[in-house]
Design a protein around this ligand. Structure first.
Ligand SMILES: Cc1ncc(COP(=O)(O)O)c(C=O)c1O
Ligand SMILES: N[C@@H](CCCC[NH3+])C(=O)O
Length: 426
């Protein structure tokens, strides 16, 4: 069931017309569906039922406290990339003991905070980071649980900006250096080697590269075993893509199918080669949990006929949703109240920001008038979290719809707040 559907000619979020939300909260506004969020998370948790597995939601995709709280209540852990994200998890009532900390540049202060809060594991990405973590843990009289992010050199077949598992990427430890890096980790007195991790990229439509990466991790676990370094958890990262609805795009593999194939391989390996020993499996999905949960609701300001193109100028801009201009990403734009029977024109849909790159959709056929509402679909992931205040634009409001109830979960920013931290010379 789609959580965003037309009812009586108006696009609804669950059973709430988006037009009602625009009236009450203004535009642009991010609108999320609670039931979509729970359903997307359940696709993972159902496939993990009865297994030693943990879904650590990659909160960089959408870190609103209300989203984190809803997921924490479903038993989610969290994949974080900063101390700030850890503080969000705690503020939302999440369990730090289910947090894994990824990222290539963890500061000493972030390491200290994470150790104080007893997070589950640090996904370490380099030898200098191992030494820093060892020193920080030692200075606190603690041992840090460590997993190495291994770069399996698998082609994720996705946009180059969001592929992360190739030799040329800044992320992780090269597969060929992994054994030596594990030896270093195991030799450091304030580290406990507990896991192995990878994350090969984002918006993967096929699970073949993920299963290929899994095979390489398994191979490494066997080698480490023979060296007396025993791995207790295997973290396969996130990366499963979603259907943004572009014509000709192939649909992503369903979550349950991917997890089924992955667990089958792990089970076969454990019984045949790993003496039946337990290995906890960790996932770090972001986009596949929140993208389809949200839309960006925006209003048409002007229609501007051009020489070569017609422009539809809306009140949302690249600062509210960067994906189109950053990756050339195609995202669907739907009229909230379609003008059935009216002639359509083709528009580039652009915002008010002073950049030629400020476009949200190109060459879309729409029957539209100034004042109409548009919804940018599948905007729940990497929308608000990547928004900026460029041009001193306050970021959008965020609401969560639950049936016919609408909860404001982040107020619209106002300009005075944007310069409140600034001061002039005395
Ligand atoms: C380390 C790590 N884990 C998980 C994710 C989540 O990825 P996705 O949103 O594609 O599931 C990312 C982002 O790509 C990441 O960098
Ligand atoms: N922000 C990206 C994905 C990057 C994931 C972070 N490693 C997107 O919108 O597609």
């Amino acid at each position: 069931m789609s959580h965003f559907s037309y009812q009586n000619g108006v696009l609804n979020a669950e059973s709430t017309p988006l037009s009602r939300i625009a009236e009450e909260f203004g535009t642009p506004t991010y609108v999320y569906s609670k039931s979509a969020l729970l359903q997307n998370f359940a696709a993972y948790s159902d496939a993990c039922a009865g297994r030693d597995a943990l879904v650590c939601y990659a909160m960089k995709a959408n870190s609103n406290l209300a989203i984190l709280d809803l997921l924490a209540r479903q038993g989610a852990g969290f994949d974080i990339v900063s101390g700030g994200e850890l503080l969000r998890v705690i503020a939302a009532g999440g369990d730090p003991n289910k947090v894994i900390f990824s990222g290539v540049g963890k500061t000493e202060a972030e390491m200290r905070l994470a150790l104080e809060k007893n997070i589950l594991c640090f996904n370490v990405e380099s030898i200098p980071e191992l030494h820093r973590l060892n020193e920080v843990a030692g200075s606190m009289g603690k041992r840090a649980p460590v997993s190495l992010r291994v770069n399996p050199n698998v082609d994720a077949k996705t946009h180059p900006y969001i592929a992360t598992g190739l030799k040329a990427n800044k992320f992780g430890v090269a597969f060929d250096d992994a054994l030596a890096t594990y030896r270093t980790a195991a030799s450091l007195p304030h580290l406990d080697v507990v896991g192995i991790d990878c994350h090969i990229g984002s918006q993967l439509l096929d699970d073949a590269p993920l299963l290929e990466a899994l095979d390489k991790l398994i191979e490494l676990i066997d080698t480490l075993d023979s060296e007396g370094i025993h791995i207790h958890h295997l973290d396969i990262g996130g990366g499963l893509g979603v259907d943004y609805g572009a014509a000709g795009d192939k649909p992503p593999v369903p979550v349950g199918d991917y997890l089924g194939r992955l667990f089958a391989r792990i089970d076969a390996w454990r019984t045949q080669r790993h003496d039946g020993r337990a290995v906890k499996v960790i996932f770090e999905p972001g986009r596949s949990i929140v993208a389809s949960t949200g839309v960006l609701l925006t209003r048409v300001e002007f229609l501007k006929p051009g020489v070569e193109k017609n422009f539809c100028i809306i009140d949302a801009a690249m600062n509210d949703m960067m994906r189109p201009t950053l990756y050339g990403a195609w995202m669907d734009m739907k009229a909230v109240t379609p003008r059935e029977g009216d002639a359509k024109s083709v528009y580039d849909i652009v915002g008010p920001v002073c950049e030629s790159g400020d476009w949200l959709a190109r060459e879309r056929a729409l029957a539209i008038e100034p004042g109409d509402l548009l919804a940018m679909m599948s905007a729940g992931a990497y929308g608000m979290t990547m928004a900026s205040n460029y041009n001193t634009r306050g970021r959008p409001a965020e609401v969560i719809v639950d049936g016919d109830q609408v909860h404001l979960v982040r107020q619209r920013e106002n300009p005075a707040e944007l310069f409140a931290l600034e001061s002039m010379l005395k």
